[in-house]
Ligand binder design. Sequence first.
Ligand SMILES: NC(=O)c1ccc[n+]([C@@H]2O[C@H](COP(=O)([O-])OP(=O)(O)OC[C@H]3O[C@@H](n4cnc5c(N)ncnc54)[C@H](OP(=O)(O)O)[C@@H]3O)[C@@H](O)[C@H]2O)c1
Length: 174
Amino acid sequence: MTVSVFVGTSVDGFIARPNGDLDFLPPGGGEPHGYNEFIATVDALVIGRKTFETVVAFPEWPYGKKRVVVLSSRPLDFSKVSGGVVEQMAGPPAEIVAKLAATGVCHIYVDGGITVQGFLRAGLVQRLIITRVPVLIGEGIPLFGSLPKDIRLHHVATQHYPSGLVKSEYRVAT
Ligand SMILES: NC(=O)c1ccc[n+]([C@@H]2O[C@H](COP(=O)([O-])OP(=O)(O)OC[C@H]3O[C@@H](n4cnc5c(N)ncnc54)[C@H](OP(=O)(O)O)[C@@H]3O)[C@@H](O)[C@H]2O)c1
């Protein structure tokens, strides 16, 4: 099983404004920077309830027929998900990963700040692919949070793109 993060942040490390707005990210990802190639390798997404609330309001469900697991401790309404494959889970990240592994999932894409932080704290993330957008927004929803101990990373590659996007891939050291 591999658990990956693929996310866009401001240079000061935020994934959304305090109210959840994503207006500082270039529309549609700005320019191709490997998302399509990445998502093609993913068996299932695991997203937090707050990320779900953002994406379900998009004009189109962004994940196609890919299996999407929404984490929440409360009942969720999936009636507005048209054409998607979506289910709910809750519990410790290790249990989520075990449940997905038992159904043949080999590559999980985790998204949402609180959700990513939970999987990182549990030592379950192997790959981080972070694309920095050339802007400082000062305050917002952070990608990272507190940790019980340092997580050492190996730098795999960094690419920069004409619009100023800088994508860095790291592997979590074992
Ligand atoms: N820039 C980007 O690439 C990017 C990517 C993703 C998201 N975003 C933005 O980030 C914002 C959302 O991030 P966020 O950090 O606020 O929240 P989030 O991680 O999307 O959602 C957090 C919620 O997920 C649920 N959750 C997480 N782990 C759980 C677990 N193990 N078991 C049960 N429930 C669990 C909880 O929901 P309950 O409270 O319902 O229990 C928690 O409050 C949105 O504005 C979104 O658009 C940006």
